[in-house]
Design a protein around this ligand. Structure first.
Ligand code: PMP
Length: 319
């Protein structure tokens, strides 16, 4: 779908997959004015195809758009784009354990203009790719590298938006994580509060059953996290969103007050954190059953194996 200041949203169409032609002066290439989403389509045992809380992705795309001075795509157009692609790509939705079709909606400034101002011409695209299981041979705890030299976002910055620049700035710390034999990076904010991983939110489980997750204006509000926390509330857990300092994390683990730490996002759903490593420490993390049982409950809903009591699924194919 295209957008221009004069014409609004226009020319929606499904076309064969192929390269996008851009003017070398297209604003996105110079100033990074772009945003995206990540969402999956799941095939149920009866063959039907569903997606999970697409309204939430549509609304987050709108919030990202506001921050990046891009036009807001109406949520109904967003969901319509998923339906129209599935109408063509339905055979590509795999069936089987933890298989899905990954959908990648994105929007960028395509106007050829080298001045620094919001672009007057924008494009919204949706592409898709079959995705296999994130874990093969069972869920494995991940090891986390604490990034002390690099921040992901600052106050008033773009941390809460899903925009490429945040991911570009996470690549060097991610390389540092690999050098230190860790799978993922955890970012802190300027107050040394825990933010999130490169592509997942963090959740702490306390001894008394309370679940705490970092909250700040620079964190991407994960839809998986929101859903997992709702399932935990349904089970009677108290849930708190608040600042969590690195010191609270480390001392909570050392004293046994924190009994589980896990990360969550669309790709891996939920993964326990096994190790937190910094320049001069390595803390083993406690593991428990809650992360995996919430993971199972959520994936059961997504794959139609359990009642969708919150009405989160939206059917995308035909009927
Ligand atoms: N934080 C970041 C930085 C992410 O890229 C993602 C993945 N979209 C998440 C958190 C988790 O969000 P969601 O559960 O909506 O996938």
């Amino acid at each position: 779908i295209c957008w221009s200041v004069r014409g609004g949203w226009h020319r929606p169409r499904v076309q064969p997959y192929g390269p996008i032609t851009l003017d070398p002066a297209a604003a996105v290439l110079h100033y990074g004015q772009e945003i995206f989403e990540g969402i999956k389509a799941y095939r149920h045992a009866d063959g039907s195809v569903h997606t999970f809380r697409p309204d939430q992705n549509g609304r987050r795309l709108q919030r990202s758009a506001r921050r990046l001075a891009l036009p807001e795509l109406p949520v109904s157009y967003f969901i319509q784009s998923l339906r129209e692609l599935i109408a063509v790509d339905e055979p590509w939705v795999p069936s089987g354990e933890d298989q899905s079709l990954y959908l990648r909606p994105f929007m960028f400034a395509k106007e050829a203009f080298l001045g620094v101002r919001p672009a007057n011409k924008v494009a919204y695209y949706l592409i898709a790719s079959p995705a296999g299981a994130y874990f093969t041979g069972g869920v494995k705890p991940v090891s986390i590298w604490l990034s002390e030299d690099y921040a992901r976002a600052g106050k008033g910055g773009t941390g809460a938006a899903k925009t490429g620049g945040n991911y570009a700035s996470s690549l060097l710390p991610q390389a540092e994580a690999y050098e230190n034999e860790c799978d993922q990076v955890v970012f802190l904010d300027q107050d040394r509060n825990v933010e999130e991983l490169g592509g997942m939110n963090v959740v702490f489980v306390y001894k008394d059953g309370t679940i705490v997750t970092p909250q700040s204006e620079s964190i991407l509000e994960g839809i998986t996290r929101d859903s997992i926390l709702q399932l935990a509330r349904d089970r009677g857990h108290k849930v708190e969103g608040r600042g969590v300092s690195l010191e609270e994390w480390r001392s909570g683990v050392a004293s046994g007050d924190i009994v589980e730490v896990f990360a969550c996002g669309t790709a891996a759903v939920v993964t326990p954190i096994g190790v937190l490593k910094g320049r001069d420490f390595l803390d083993q993390q406690p593991t428990g059953d809650l992360a995996l049982s919430l993971r199972e409950e959520l994936t059961d809903i997504q794959y139609g194996r359990r009642e969708d009591k919150h009405g989160w699924l939206v059917r995308l194919d035909g009927a």
